[in-house]
Design a protein around this ligand. Sequence first.
Ligand code: ZN
Ligand code: ZN
Length: 390
Amino acid sequence: MAVQWVLVLHGLATLVVVVSFLCGQWPIFRRTPIASIHHFLTVGAYDYFLRCVGVLFGVRGTNAILELERFCCDRPNPILQIIYLAIVGGTYFIVAKSCFSYIPGYYLSGIHRHMSLLAVGIGLLLFVLTSFSDPGTVKDDNLSQYLAAYPYDNIIYSERECPTCKIPKSKHCSICDRCVARFDHHCGWMNNCIGERNTRYFMAFLLWHFLLCIYGAVAIGLVLAGQLKESRVIYILSVYYGIENSFRSLAPQVLQWFVGSYDTQILLMVFLAIVALLLAGFFGYHASLCFTNTTTNETFKWQEYISWQRKLNEARASSAALRASINGMSSEVSPRESKWRAFFRRSPLEEAEPVIKENKYDKGLIKNIYEIIVPLSSRSLFSQKKSKVR
Ligand SMILES: [Zn+2]
Ligand SMILES: [Zn+2]
C-alpha cells in the first residue's frame, strides 16, 4: 500500500479513537459505532481486563486492581498531570527535533524558535495556576460571605447541610473532600476542582492550548511550504520530469514528495489539528456555560429539574383533560366536535405548560464574563458582605 494511504488511515484511526474516547458519550453519537468504541474504551476493555486478572490471579489480583482504581479515580493523584506534562514535553521535543533545523526558513524567521518556547511556557504557567490555585474552598471563615454572594435560588439550590463539612452546602467534591463555591467539576488533568476562583485560569488554559496547537500546526505547515519553495520541487518536476504545470497534475507528486521526506512533520500537524479541534469543542462548551453563568454541575441539576417539572405539568394537563371530558359527558347539550377539528386538536400532553429555566445567577452576558475574570470573592465588597445565616 502506498505510504500516503498508510498515513491517511493512521490519521483517521487516531481521530476516531480520540473522538470516541473523549466525546463518545455525547447524545449526538447515541447508537453509533463511536458510542460503542467509547463504551469499549471506557468500560468494556476494563471489564475484560478485570475478568482476565480474576482468571489468572484469583480474587487477590482483582482486589489489587480495584484498590489501584480507587487510588486513581477516587482520590487526588497526579497521574493525569504527569501524562499532560509528558504529552506537552514529548510533542515539543519532537517538534524541536524535526522542525527547528528548518527555522529560519523561507516563510518563518528565527524568532519562532524562541516564540514557541515562550508559548509552551505560558501554557505550562496556566496549567500550574489552574492546578494549584484555590478553586474557592468554602470554610468557616468565608462561609457567610459566600452565602451572601451566592444566595440559594430554592430551585436547584436550597439550604442543606453538607454531611461531611457540616456547613450549609454549596457542592461537596468527594475526591478532594471539601465544599467548593460555584463548583464546576473535578478536573483529573489538573488534579483540582474547577470552581469560583479558578474557572478563569481553566478557561485561559483551554483557549491558550487551542491557540498553541493552531500555532504549531500552521508553523509546521509553513516549514513544509518553505522546504517546497527552497528545494525548487515544482520547477524540477515540471522542467526535468516534464509534468504539466497545473495544480491537478502536480499535487499528487508534491504530496508524495512531502510524505516521503517529511512524514514526522505531517503526523505532528495532523495530531495538533485534532487536539486543536477537541480543545475548541471543550472551550466552546465551557464558554457557552460561562455566558449564562451556569456550571457543568448545574447543567445536570437543571436537566433533572426540567424533566421533573415537565412530568408534573403533563400530569396536571392530562388530569385537567380527564376532568373536562367527564364534565362533557355529564352535560348532554354539549355540541359535538367535528372530526376534522378533533384530528388536529393537540393531545393534552402537548398542552402542558412549557418549563421555563429561571437561572437566578444569570446577570447578563457582560456581568457573567466579568464574574469569571474577577471572581466575586476577590472583590473588595465580598469581605464586607455578611449573610444573616450565621
Ligand atoms: Zn462539604
Ligand atoms: Zn475536587
